[in-house]
Ligand binder design. Structure first.
Ligand code: SAH
Ligand code: SF4
Length: 420
């Protein structure tokens, strides 16, 4: 972009940015009257404050343990801290949590969570049972798909997240908060299943061991907040999730891919390709006019060279758009050049959009042809198809429902079968 975030934190995306007037975000937080959230801080910045307060070193470890291992969401819960320190903490930082407003479970036990943020904005996370073949190595628990922005400015024609434009970037704590919220929910489920009313404070069992940054928004357009959140989630004193178990998906912001290649962490990279020629890709992804395939593949090549890590190419199969056998040849050439594997994903239809999922046999034919060209590929029969798992759809539906019924705010009761 003329690279880097612009004044309001979003990447400039002319000439393809959809017409909209983004709300000015407040750096690092969502609400001017709110204190900054403690989970927006790095360990180093907290350390500085604790030193200034003349606190012994172990106090910081205790606080981090409460925040990220025991996942408490109020200061009172930090029972081994002196009241004076808890008061001091509360006067310096907020300790927010995301409000779970809606939850859907699918038959294959993929679950979708809709969160309300402190300013009322809605974002989604999707919890997916482990599938080691896709993003992780040995995955024995669950993958969580998290959002990084409210809405999206990139306006891919097939995607629900971009339909109503970009509203704001998530703060680091709002990204981290999705993981903490799910872990808390899971602990309650476990406690309930074993007949206990609530999990004991401080008890921690983990359900998430893979993260995919594939929810609502373009993660690399919220680069700094994303990195801050991922570093905390990756740190042994934080979320403890290995960098290799974290996959960042991008629609193809070439300069940011290059920037990511310079970071010390070994995060995995997935590219939402969806078209292997500029003609097809530009038709469905406006970002391709800004960063055409030649530029994108060069940036991916650079990433590969720097990291030595295999890239994943995501390719949604959309009926009559990119699923003809003619597309296999350029896709295979591109994948081979990048030593990438390809995830083929039959499109999930979105209410109000004309695009359709191809017949299963057509998807299979495409996958077979790609394999015959020597490319490693998976055909993912999308988990959660029955719960609108593609990003942005639950939020869109909820917003549409609540604006159709202005006196009936989102109640958490979903006539279409959600559980929350
Ligand atoms: N903005 C980033 C990450 C979020 S989108 C990106 O585009 O990569 C996560 C993935 O979901 C992308 O590959 C996106 O193309 C895909 N997706 C969006 N809408 C979809 C739909 N209706 N069906 C299937 N996949 C979809
Ligand atoms: Fe944004 Fe990704 Fe959806 Fe495109 S696919 S509109 S970049 S969230």
């Amino acid at each position: 972009m003329t690279e880097g975030p612009n004044h309001n934190g979003a990447e400039t995306l002319d000439p393809t940015t959809p017409a909209q007037s983004p709300v000015q975000p407040v750096a690092g937080s969502t609400n001017r009257s709110r204190l900054p959230d403690i989970r927006d801080e790095t360990r180093e910045s907290l350390q500085r404050q604790f030193t200034e307060w003349h606190q012994p070193a172990y106090r910081l470890d205790q606080v981090l343990d409460w925040l990220y291992t025991r996942r408490v969401d109020d200061w009172k819960g930090m029972t081994n801290l002196p009241v004076s320190l808890r008061t001091q903490l509360a006067s310096r930082w907020s300790l927010g949590s995301l409000e779970l407003v809606r939850k859907q479970g699918s038959q294959d036990s993929t679950r979708k969570f809709l969160w309300r943020l402190t300013d009322g904005a809605l974002v989604e996370s999707v919890l997916i049972p482990a599938n080691p073949a896709l993003y992780g190595e040995a995955a024995d628990r669950h993958t969580l798909c998290v959002s990084t922005q409210v809405g999206c400015a990139y306006g891919c024609r097939f995607c629900a997240s971009g339909l109503e434009g970009w509203k704001r970037n998530l703060a680091p704590w709002e990204i981290i908060g999705q993981i903490l919220g799910i872990e808390r929910w899971h602990a309650h489920q476990e406690a309930e299943a074993s007949g206990v009313a609530a999990p004991a404070r401080g008890q921690s069992t983990r359900v998430i061991n893979n993260l995919v940054i594939m929810g609502m928004g373009e993660p690399l357009a919220n680069y700094d907040h994303l990195m801050k959140a991922l570093r905390t989630l990756n740190a042994p004193w934080g979320g403890g999730i290995g960098a290799r178990k974290i996959t960042i998906s991008t629609s193809g912001l070439a300069p940011r891919i290059r920037q990511l290649a310079e970071e010390p962490e070994q995060f995995r990279l997935a590219i939402s390709l969806h078209g292997a020629t500029d003609a097809v890709r530009s038709q469905i992804m406006p970002v391709n006019r800004k960063y055409p395939l030649s530029e994108l593949t060069q940036a991916c090549g650079h990433y590969l060279e720097k990291k030595g890590k295999m890239i994943t190419l995501e390719y949604i199969l959309i009926d009559g758009i990119n699923d003809a056998l003619d597309e296999v040849k350029p896709l295979a050439a591109l994948a081979r050049r990048l030593h990438a594997k390809v995830n083929l994903i039959p499109y999930n239809s979105v209410e109000g959009l004309p695009w359709k999922r191809p017949e299963e046999s057509r998807c299979q034919r495409f996958a077979d042809a790609l394999s015959r060209s020597g490319v490693t590929c998976t055909l993912r029969l999308e988990k959660g198809h029955d719960i609108d798992a593609a990003c942005g759809q639950l939020r869109l539906r909820t917003e549409r429902e609540s604006s159709a019924r202005p006196t009936d705010p989102v109640s958490g009761i979903d006539p279409a079968g959600s559980e929350a």
